[in-house]
Design a protein around this ligand. Sequence first.
Ligand code: DGL
Length: 258
Amino acid sequence: MRIGFFDSGIGGLTVLHQALKIMPQEDYLFYADTAHVPYGEKTKEEVREYILNAADFIADHHVKALVVACNTATSIVIEELRTRYDFPILGIEPAVKPAVEKSEKKQKKVLVLATRLTLQEKKYHDLVHRIDHGEIVDSLPLPGLVQFAENFEFDEEKIIPYLKKELSGFDMQQYGTVVLGCTHFPYFTDSLRKIFPEHVDFISGSIGTAKHLHRILEVKDQVNQGTGDILYYKSDVKVEDPFTLSKYHNLFQLLDEF
Ligand code: DGL
């Protein structure tokens, strides 16, 4: 059986990329809800509806687990999804805990970059409340990066001016760790590195999610001996044209460079 991966768009490939490194022998179904991206700029009610429809579609394809490779979707429906299906459902959330630990050692602050919806949600506020006792966590939505990624626009000449503008009110020397709290953001790690001082670490939850998935499959004795085959869907349409498939393939190569 395949493992389902789900995101509003190509951000989820940054998590699938980590899963493929640990579990190259698994087969995957990757669903990008491109008919409705960006989730981060929509209402919670709209997004919930999209996610439930997508998850039902994926469940109909008989997956053995579902990774919600989207921080925004996780913050809205992860508990509801867990009651809806009988296979394991894994989510991803901004890696605030390791970021606070790292920054405290450096006596610096944490900046969480995510979508507007993630940052508004109770799940995020509860997480920060539990961990951020020294009040060192700031946050910033960066919807432009989701748009750039969806347009396959990774040219630093466009990305860096956007980031500089969005970050103009922040004193970047204050930060020790930046959390990539949206799965679309790791594509821009190089550009972010050029903007922030050298002492800044960048953290995302994707490795943790991939490792967690591996552990679950081991415990359930469901490790596969497949070939790392991936079926791609853009909303409920199967992606078969070689041009789009090669663009996805290039994204994995881009991620390998970081
Ligand atoms: N990739 C998603 C996340 O991790 C959401 C991007 C969007 O659709 O706004 O939050």
